[in-house]
Design a protein around this ligand. Structure first.
Ligand code: IMP
Ligand code: MG
Length: 177
């Protein structure tokens, strides 16, 4: 089996343009609030950094790392917390920043877990979504781009920990040879 970078799904300049729009919308919605961004490691780290840079409102940031059991390209919905938040969420306006919503199972678990900690509000901001793969219905308040049912790499997203450094999002191409 060999792998390579396939078709480009979202160009670098399209990413930056849309992320600025998302940041402006979030800044408007959270003006005067106690905004806490939660970056879901590792995939969301570049998106979170660019989103925060454009965010013209006071905010704090924290990180969680989760691993979902399953194969390298499919999640099972059974999620394990590898790194938890540093601070309590009680009374905070929390925005989960995710790289991609695929089946939605990881996010469903995160929403349940974080909701139980008593935030004042809890919303989701995802850079990418694959609507055709969704198995659970989730409220994603901010979405960057809808992509087709292809395994995406780049701009934080990995295949076996590689390709996170690409400045654009591409499809992974696997071939048997
Ligand atoms: P879900 O639980 O099926 O929604 O999958 C969510 C997680 O799986 C994401 O946060 C990613 O870390 C990973 N994932 C899902 N689809 C892709 C993809 O196309 N490329 C890279 N990672 C993905
Ligand atoms: Mg992720």
């Amino acid at each position: 089996m060999s792998e390579e970078i396939g078709e480009i799904l979202v160009q670098a300049d399209e990413l930056q343009h849309r992320i600025k729009q998302m940041a402006d919308q979030i800044a408007g919605d959270y003006a005067g609030k106690d905004l806490l961004l939660i970056g879901v490691l590792k995939g969301a780290f570049l998106f979170l950094a660019d989103l925060m840079r454009h965010l013209d409102t006071g905010c704090e940031v924290d990180f969680m790392a989760v691993a979902s059991y399953g194969s390298s390209t499919e999640s099972s919905g059974v999620v394990r917390i590898l790194k938890d938040l540093d601070a309590p969420l009680e009374g905070r306006d929390v925005l989960i920043v995710e790289d991609i919503v695929d089946s939605g199972l990881t996010l469903q678990y995160l929403l349940r877990t974080l909701q139980a900690r008593g935030p004042a509000s809890l919303e989701v901001c995802a850079l990418l979504t694959k609507p055709s793969r969704r198995t659970v219905d989730l409220p994603v308040r901010y979405t960057g781009f809808e992509i087709p049912d292809k395994f995406a790499i780049g701009y934080g997203l990995d295949y076996a920990e590689r390709y996170r450094n690409l400045p654009y999002v591409a499809a992974l191409e696997l071939s048997d040879d």
